[in-house]
Design a protein around this ligand. Structure first.
Ligand SMILES: [Zn+2]
Length: 661
């Protein structure tokens, strides 16, 4: 039978049911040989013919499309790794991709282009590819072969190490669970969680008890409702001790990755890995990142001290007067109690206002209001799991894309939430398909509808912002389409959408009573300072690991603790770097980039100011025109200025987080 992967560019959907695991490797081999052929053809053209950037980009279209399907498959079904022959494929991918940007003749073709003769999109595409050449050691025509060879080795070693790191993380997450047998420890749990954890316990082969794992929703429900502090402490330890020694240790792997990154940056002429990365970011320099982190940390710390006292007082007066100190593993539990007492809200009960179909309906109505796009649910047999829903996106009766939702956890699925262009826009002859992938709690029975938490609903809004950024892009080059924008800007359109979710007129649509809406708005920033501090700590760990201050003889835990500022004690044996998937990730590389979320949120909050006071439709058109449609054609600093008429400011962010009045 023919390999369905080879026909992807012309198919409207990905025919998952027809693709066998054994199809991937030969498809990659074929697509790579085709791409190589067409690149060779371009190179062999006489010098009088201007190098065709567009043709160069399209030569890898089939390869890129197969790779997106493959990457998605791996993240949503990691159990098939062996059958997929991922080791062989990853080797092929890394060899092929580096061969493009290690190709001296191709590089000379790029060098031969007269930049002044290029239009704006071509120039941006050119810069994108030249950066890739730089990343592979090309710094002018007479680049040192020794450096080029070493970079090649480093890139291939890095890709293997990162894949090891990711695998260990999945296995370590899967390897631990706890079975609670004392009913007393379960007394604060809502009935639904008791049922699902009871079910998990049976699945794991226990006769009695309630089982919890390190998968996101299971872990967080335990931390929120388990009255037994020892159990919470144990879970916290297991979560934060993952891959720290033992069968799935990431210690040596992480150190090797960092060493190689440092070596690479130096070979490329940069003082540190941070300097190398930031040279291609909005932030531009390390000091700009630290300035921002320090400023927010200072404000968050002042607020956190107040918040700490408030929470401790509450606990002493209402829960247990003997408690004199709070720890990180106490926070979710006591904050939940605080919410219930002060606001008479329990997070579980709020779920009834957010059935999945209502969340999507309200979101889609909002997007229609802003951008004139409507969504309709379509039947489709080509989905890789029955839980997935797919919607058609139309503007002026023209199909501009598909949007799919894959929202529930499965054992084989990577944790977290993300957006994924399953069919990128520029390279296909059919509309793009963009997915939201998350790990929300699944309804206990198949005929029930999922009830999302406040946070899960907000995440759907967030991810829809990414999907609009991809779908509304109007660029003709794939190097500046999809999410190919400066990495500290990529979370801007998504975090921007979160703002709408908390607007009164949107919350009203969920049929939430007025007084509850007021409470939800207040709850939004409740004890936010604790999470801001822990976020800033994670940013610091990222920045410091990738600075020259870290070397592999150091103890990871000790090193991390030097930069953490927190009101809560460090727990011995816990680290962050050993399971920090943002920094060691084959698909999305946030190394020296964890700060990006904050950076982009600041811009998003400032952009949102334009949408207030009933001006949202006019502002949306400007946002679409200057930001969403523009992809990576210009530095986002410039795009933002075109949209707003001035540089971005930090004030709206501080206000929206309740860090200033
Ligand atoms: Zn995002």
């Amino acid at each position: 039978m023919e390999n369905p992967l080879l026909n992807l560019l012309n198919l409207e959907f990905i025919p998952y049911s027809q693709i066998k695991n054994s199809d991937y490797l030969p498809a990659f081999e074929y697509a790579i040989s085709k791409a190589n052929e067409s690149i060779s053809e371009l190179i062999s053209q006489p010098n009088e013919i201007k190098f065709d950037l567009k043709k160069f980009e399209t030569s890898t279209d089939l390869y890129d499309q197969i790779k997106t399907v493959y990457n998605n498959k791996r993240r949503v079904n990691s159990l098939d790794e062996e059958q997929l022959q991922t080791e062989k494929i990853n080797d092929l991918i890394s060899k092929f991709e580096s061969s493009i940007y290690m190709n001296k003749e191709l590089y000379s073709k790029f060098e031969s282009l007269d930049i002044n003769s290029l239009n704006q999109q071509e120039k941006a595409a050119y810069n994108y590819h030249m950066r890739k050449f730089l990343e592979n050691g090309y710094r002018g025509v007479n680049s040192d072969t020794k450096i080029l060879d070493r970079i090649k080795e480093i890139n291939s070693a890095l890709s293997n190490l990162i894949s090891e790191y990711e695998k260990n993380l999945v296995k370590a997450t899967d390897a631990f669970h706890i079975n609670i047998t004392d009913e007393n420890d379960m007394k604060d749990f809502p009935e639904k969680i008791k049922i699902s954890s009871r079910k998990l316990s049976q699945e794991k082969g226990y006769d009695t008890g309630y089982c919890f794992s390190l998968q996101g929703p299971s872990y967080s429900s335990l931390m929120m409702y388990c009255s037994n502090q020892d159990i919470r402490k144990k879970m916290f330890y297991e979560m934060n001790h993952k891959c720290n020694g033992g069968d799935f240790s990431n210690i040596e792997i992480m150190k090797k990755i960092l060493e190689l990154r440092k070596e690479k940056a130096k070979l490329l002429g940069f003082k540190s890995y941070n300097e190398f990365v930031l040279s291609n970011r909005m932030a531009k320099e390390e000091k700009n990142v630290y300035n921002l982190l320090d400023m927010i940390r200072e404000k968050a710390l002042i607020k956190a001290k107040k918040d700490y006292n408030e929470l401790l007082n509450f606990v002493q007066n209402n829960v247990d007067k003997n408690i004199t100190k709070l720890q990180r593993w106490d926070l979710s539990y006591y904050i939940e109690k605080y919410k219930k007492y002060k606001f008479n809200i329990n997070s579980e009960e709020l779920r009834k206002y957010f059935p999945l179909s209502k969340v999507t309906k309200i979101l889609f109505d909002l997007i229609e209001h802003l951008y004139g796009i409507n969504y309709t649910l379509v039947e489709n047999e080509h989905l890789y799991h029955p839980d997935i829903k797919i919607y058609k996106m139309q503007k002026n009766n023209k199909t501009i894309g598909y949007f799919y939702l894959d929202l529930y956890p499965r054992k084989e699925k990577t944790m977290g939430g993300w957006v994924y262009p399953l069919k990128p826009r520029v390279i296909n002859n059919t509309p793009p398909i963009v997915g939201i992938i998350a790990n929300n709690r699944k309804p206990v029975n198949d005929n029930e509808e999922a009830l999302l938490s406040l946070g899960e609903s907000e995440t759907v809004f967030h991810e829809s912002g990414h999907s609009l950024h991809i779908t509304l892009n109007e660029m003709d080059y794939k190097s500046i389409s999809d999410l190919n924008v400066l990495w500290d800007f990529v979370e801007c359109p998504s975090q921007f959408m979160e703002n709408f979710f908390y607007e009164k007129n949107i919350l009203q649509k969920f049929d939430i009573p007025e007084d509850l809406i007021e409470k939800i708005k207040k709850l939004k920033n409740l004890f936010e300072s604790f999470w801001e501090l822990s976020y800033i700590n994670r940013c610091y760990v990222d920045m410091k690991l990738h600075s020259n201050e870290f070397d592999s003889t150091m103890d990871v835990e000790e090193f991390e603790n030097k930069f953490k500022v927190d009101l809560f004690d460090n727990m011995k044996g816990t680290t962050l770097s050993l399971f920090f998937s943002h920094l060691f990730n084959a698909t999305w590389d946030y190394s020296c980039g964890y700060y990006s979320y904050l950076w982009a949120e600041i811009i998003a909050c400032d952009a949102y100011e334009e949408f207030k006071d009933g001006k949202e439709v006019e502002a949306a058109e400007r946002f679409r025109k200057y930001i969403l449609s523009q992809g990576g054609v210009e530095d986002p600093n410039i795009l933002f200025k075109k949209f707003k008429g001035k540089d971005f400011s930090i004030e709206p962010f501080l206000k929206s987080k309740g860090l200033i009045d």
